[in-house]
Design a protein around this ligand. Structure first.
Ligand code: SAM
Length: 288
């Protein structure tokens, strides 16, 4: 990989992509991720593309497209630089309340003590969501030790996954947690960050998964509860439909999907039943 050279960047900074080039790149991104960008985001797209092209040392759009089309490391890096990773601990915590008050009691009904319960946060971004689930269960679900709970966090963004594994968080990510929770589940501050304690880091398995890739999704096995929050808003109808089919297949019969507050399954798929619980609306795969 080349280091950033000032003259080279100056040259690239003046680079403008034609409408057709921009469209070609948006189509590439859409096919690989489901994320739907267009001309209205020209400035944002150009800035990131120029940054990536300077990293690999090319001024030629065609050469860059040829490089990322074959996949490999640069395709991964360019995808990483276009994802929106906004997340924080205890985001939309009404769903966490719903998890312990309604979803888990229904899931474990009829199961034996020690049985496996699988929960999947996809996408998990930098890890705040699956770690929030782990902390919430430890704090609020008295049955937490009675079952074998497997927590998996997945994302398409490998840079976000590396950050999730490292588990270092700043003030903003922690802002919704009480002082007591922070003291209990995080190490002492270091460089203005706090690392989540090792036991919790080891309680979540992180994997790469693309919501649009049915093979990669089914390789993760079946889950009882899936949190798929705040990603479908970046997709168009077609990618939403593909993702919802993959989510459906990822659920055990009777399993639940929680979406973000501005997302709804009703406009995407009729395969799920709508369950209105006291704390949240959740989508369910039929029991039989
Ligand atoms: C805004 S974050 C949401 C994180 C978390 N679920 C939350 O609600 O706080 C969106 C995440 O979706 C991921 N993402 C985008 N397209 C994806 C895809 N096709 N498959 C899996 N993850 C994807 C991004 O990398 C990003 O980390």
């Amino acid at each position: 990989m080349k280091s950033l050279d000032a003259d080279f960047i100056d040259g690239l900074a003046t680079l403008r992509f034609s409408d057709e080039e921009l469209l070609r790149f948006c189509e590439f991104l859409y096919q690989r991720t489901g994320i739907s960008y267009n001309q209205t985001k020209r400035f944002y797209i150009e800035r990131r593309l120029v940054e990536r092209m300077s990293r690999v040392g090319t001024r030629s759009f065609s050469a860059y497209m040829n490089l990322i089309r074959v996949g490999g490391a640069e395709a991964e890096q360019v995808i990483n630089s276009f994802t929106v990773n906004e997340t924080y601990f205890y985001r939309e915590d009404h769903q966490l309340r719903c998890l312990v008050n309604a979803l888990l009691p229904e899931i474990v009904r009829g199961r034996q003590s020690g049985d496996l319960v699988r929960i999947w946060c996809v996408p998990c971004s930098t890890g705040e969501e699956p770690y929030s689930v782990a902390i919430w269960l430890l704090e609020n679900w008295p049955m937490v030790d009675a079952y074998n709970i497997e927590l998996v966090g997945s994302d398409i963004d490998t840079r976000a996954l590396a950050a999730a594994l490292a588990g270092n968080y700043g003030e903003r990510a922690l802002s919704r947690l009480s002082k007591e929770i922070i003291e209990r589940y995080f190490e002492a501050p270091h460089d203005q960050n706090r690392q989540i304690i090792r036991d919790l880091r080891e309680s979540v398995k992180f994997t790469r998964a693309n919501l649009l890739d049915s093979t990669a999704m089914s390789a993760q096995g079946r889950f009882d509860i899936v949190f798929c929050r705040n990603v479908l808003i970046y997709f168009d109808d077609e990618s939403r439909s593909t993702a919802s089919n993959n989510l459906f297949s990822a659920l055990n019969p009777g399993g639940f999907v929680c979406l973000g507050h501005s997302e709804s399954m009703t406009r995407i798929s009729c395969r799920f039943a709508i369950r209105r619980f006291e704390d949240a609306i959740v989508y369910q795969r039929a029991v039989t």
